[in-house]
Structures are given as C-alpha cells and as structure tokens.
Design a protein around this ligand. Sequence first.
Ligand code: HEC
Length: 397
Amino acid sequence: MIDPYALDWLALALRWFHFMMGVAWIGASFYFVWLNNSIRPPSPAQEGVAGGLWAVHGGAFYEVRKLQGAPARLPEVLHWFKWEAYLTWLSGFALLVLSWWWQAGTRMVDPAVAALSPAQAVGVGAGTLVLGWLVYDGLCRSPLRRHGAALGLLLLLFSAGVAWGLSQVLSARAAWMHTGAMLGTWMAANVLFVIIPGQRAMVDALVAGAPPPVERGAAGALRSLHNNYLTLPVLFVMISSHFPSTWGHEHGWAVLVGLGLVGALYRHWVNVGERGRPQPLVLVASGLLLVALGFVTRPAPAPVAAPGQAAVPLTRVQQLVAVHCLGCHSATPLQPGFPVAPKGVVFDRPEDIERQAAAIHQQVVQTRVMPLGNLTGMTDEEREIVAAWVQGRGATP
Ligand code: HEC
C-alpha cells in the first residue's frame, strides 16, 4: 500500500503538469488559428506568398508570412508543435488512472446508479476511451468527412449519447470526467495519428520534389477544426469538479451537452470574428444558453415544513455526522487512506457543522456524493433528516 500522502502529492504534481502542458498546447493552437484567420493577402501580390501580417509583442516587431505550398527547400530549423499535445494527454491519462481508476470503488461506482464492481467501472472507463476513438476516427474517414456540418452534428449526438450512457452506469462525476477524457483523447490522437503524420508527409514530399499530398492535408485540417471546437468544452470538464450543481444535476449528461455547446458557440464566435466576419448573434446565443442552463440546474426549493412539524435538532445531525462523515472529515481522520481531512473540511465541533450547513446540504442531499462512495451506507431517511435540519434553520441554499 502506497502512502496516501505521497499519492496526494503525486496527484498534485501531475495535475499541475497537466495544466501547464494544456496551457502550452491550447495557447499554441489558438495562436495558429488566430494567425491563419488574421493573415491577409500581400499587396502588391507576391510570387509564392499566400499572405502575411505584422505583430508587435514583448518589445519587438514580428513579420509572419504564409506560403502558397511549400518552400523551395527545407529550412534548417523547422518548428513542430506536438509535444504539448502528447504530454497533456499522457499526464491527463496518468491523472485519470491515479484519481479515478485507482479509487474506482469510491469514485466511479455509485450503487444508487448501478451495482458495478470497481473492475467493471474501470472497464467501462477504458472502453469509452478506446471505442470512442475508433468510432470518431471511423466517422472522420468515412465519406461524411466531406460534409463538415453533418459530421459535426453526428459527433455532437454521439458525444451526448456517450455522456448519457456513462451516466447510467458510473457515478455522476465519473461519467463527466470520462466523457471529457474521451474528447481529450480525440484531440491528442488527432495530433498523433493524423495531423503530425500529414505534416511529415508534406515535408517528405517537399524533400522528394513530389507534389504535396492534398488529401492528407485536408484530413489534418478537418481534425484541427474539431480540436478547435472541442477545446473549450474539454476545459470546462477539467474545472467542473468545483461545480457540483452541474454534474450533480439529475440530468447531468444533458447539462454537459449544454455547457459543451456554450463553449463551442463561443469558440465559433471568436473564429468568425478573427476572419473579419463578426457574428454577434452567436455570442448572444452562447451567453443566453449559459444563463438558461443556470436556471435549469437551480436546485428545486425545499418543501416548506408542515406546521407543527418538530424541527430537527443539531444534536441529531451531529450523531449522523459522527457515523457518516467524521471518519474522513476530522482533524484526526481514522479512515485509512486519509492522512488529512479532504479539502480541509472538518466537522469535529457543532459550530463546524452549523457553519457548513449549506455545503453539507449540497453534498449529502442535492448531489449525494457524500459520504464518499457511500462507504458508511447512509440511508435516504438519514439524508432527509439532514435536509429537514438545514431547512429548519432556514439555510437551504
Ligand atoms: C471516505 C471518506 C469520506 C467520507 C466518509 C465523507 N467524505 Fe466528504 N469528502 C471526501 C473527499 C475525498 C472529498 C474531496 C472530494 C473532491 O476532491 O472533490 C470530500 C469533500 C467534501 C466536501 C467539500 C466539497 C467541495 O467540493 O468543496 C464536503 C462539504 C463534504 N465532503 C461533506 C461530507 C459530509 C457531510 C459527509 C458525511 C455525510 C462526508 N463528506 C463524508 C471524503 C469523504
């Protein structure tokens, strides 16, 4: 058994690294999208030059030229952009294994959703990544590749289906994370299997003096376009842990699809704007959808206590917390694997419980993610007692 504290630091280092590489990848790819969109044909026209632009940044001027086709000879130093993508995926995958597959029993399995064994849950997660890629890649190679909009719609439906399917077998958060991991896998695999090999074929053709492989260029462009629209939805999944009302919603998969659309629409607005054809309505649609989702995911107001119904005393909740929470959420946790209280949340003193009533309500009643993996077997009746107590003190969030 590895020291849980060491595992925690491993997760810290991996998450930080994942974030760094993600920022580098997305930064570079957004920069190139911007560059391509912003470049304008030279005037007067220049032989072999498709366009160019000037930029000033960090105290220097930069002149960029985009060529029609390939340069006459291969430059000595040619920069490729691929390691950011590979390392983002590798660190993300390691994090998935460490934080989810390794702890599948408590984090991926939710007995209230489906009675899977931890191994089955990991199988579902791994299968989603592999099969998801095979389906996506197959669709991108089919004749549909020439019908961008239809393909895009089909991919949206497929992703929605995966999110829904996972939500029928895994815990709500695990379903979200694995949908995000599948989309992130498409992005990185696009770079590894299609975009970079296509560029290599281009370079080889240049060296051999052969005509550039047009078909492979088109395939790479399609995958780059998908990556561009997938970026913001995947980024949201990364930060979604902070927002239990999203994945914790009873139709969390639909909320994920909705938020994914918000991100993709926003990205579309940026893309067309950069090309000099601003479409403000797209931005409005993205914003309105975000606001609408905010309303949809708002928790239903708690029912008003019947007159004469006795308020639940704090001491009753204290008993429940002692049984179901203190194992982990204490200054000195007794639950193996928890050297410190998760997220620093402790309920040792009655005033700790009082103060965090809203958070307790959210975790125990609304999203039901606590007690973690329901290790202690908290019953629905007990959750109702917590709900009644919170409501009685008028602190229902
Ligand atoms: C087996 C250990 C365990 C038990 C038992 C447990 N928790 Fe947690 N709790 C966790 C972990 C792990 C996290 C951090 C989850 C994460 O990273 O999102 C957490 C996080 C929380 C948070 C903070 C959520 C946030 O995102 O800020 C609250 C509040 C909470 N738990 C309440 C409870 C309550 C109330 C109970 C008892 C009904 C309980 N927990 C039982 C392990 C446990």
